[in-house]
Design a binder for this molecule. Structure first.
Ligand code: ADP
Ligand code: MG
Length: 283
């Protein structure tokens, strides 16, 4: 069974004029088919307004489809009885960590989620400890979240979600407000999380450097999935990416420029070492 499966998914936002009268719709998701397998690390790319957040909100039943269907671990999100199980299956992390942290002490914050789920007290503490360990924040357990860096706060927010033991975690531009170090911390944490707990990770971002180690990339434009494939496949299609107003990782760009100048390098180079090796093998 797929963790996420969407077929002909459509979502329309209603437009209103100044008087609040109905003024048509904006189609934010347009006939999307999408499959994410359990344990996959998937990235969703797309410029502003391409429909990424709207798609993410469907994975957690915050929004339900206008047309088509999305199943989360086999559950149809339009079925009102499935909303609660869907939300337990897919945890969400948003852009701004300050809006997600509510506790005054790190461990208390991480414990809120499981507490709300009615998890017994001793198990809450086990989960809090385990989750903080996974994100590398255990030593901060009795700190105040206010004093943490952006990257640390976002890791605490991630710990809060994994303490609820979701099968899937959906992150909507979790690194957008972080400095480069914070961004690296968060991405590293997500890969650890996937490795240690086999959690399915769906990462929405517009930083290309963050997606090169994903299993699969989906590119969105005007509410549609316009490209999908492995990072190597996606970043071999530099001209298409530019057409969708997306960048490519710096290393890929450099390799592409060198190729255009006649160096016989393979397409879709993603890592610096790969480029160095490829250059060293040139005759
Ligand atoms: P992204 O996350 O890729 O920037 P969104 O999913 O936020 O894209 O937006 C997709 C489209 O839906 C855009 O045209 C946006 O203006 C529109 N949209 C998003 N949220 C709302 C909303 N609450 N009401 C009306 N239109 C919206
Ligand atoms: Mg968005």
């Amino acid at each position: 069974m797929n963790m996420i499966r969407a077929r002909q998914l459509v979502y329309d936002y209603e437009k209103r004029d100044e008087e609040g009268n109905y003024a048509g719709v904006t189609r934010a998701i347009d006939q999307v088919d999408l499959d994410v397998k359990p344990g996959q690390f998937v990235a969703v790319l797309g410029h502003n307004g391409s429909g990424k957040s709207t798609l993410a909100k469907h994975m957690n039943a915050i929004l339900v489809p206008t047309g088509g269907t999305i199943w989360v671990a086999g559950r149809d999100t339009r079925d009102s009885e499935e909303i609660f199980p869907v939300r337990r299956t897919a945890g969400m992390v948003f852009q701004n960590p300050d809006n997600q942290i509510i506790g005054t002490v790190v461990e208390e914050d991480v414990g809120f989620g499981p507490e709300n789920l009615g998890v017994p007290t001793d198990e809450i503490w086990t989960r809090v400890e385990e989750s903080l360990k996974t994100v590398g924040m255990l030593e901060y357990r009795s700190h105040s979240p206010n004093k943490l860096s952006g990257g640390q706060k976002q890791r605490v927010a991630i710990a809060g979600v994994i303490a609820m033991e979701p099968q899937c975690i959906v992150l909507d531009e979790p690194t957008a407000m972080l400095d480069p170090n914070g961004r690296k911390e968060v991405i590293r944490t997500l890969h650890e999380l996937r490795k240690k707990k086999q959690v399915t990770v769906i990462l929405i971002t517009h930083y290309m450097e963050e997606v090169i180690d994903a299993d699969r990339i989906f590119v969105m434009d005007s509410g549609r999935v316009v490209m999908q494939g492995t990072p190597k496949e996606i970043f071999s299609r530099v001209d298409e990416l530019k057409h969708y107003r997306l960048d490519v990782p710096q290393v890929t760009m450099l390799a592409e420029e060198l190729r255009k100048r006649g160096l016989d390098l393979p397409k879709g180079i993603l890592h610096r070492e790969e480029l160095v090796d490829a250059i060293c093998q040139l005759k």
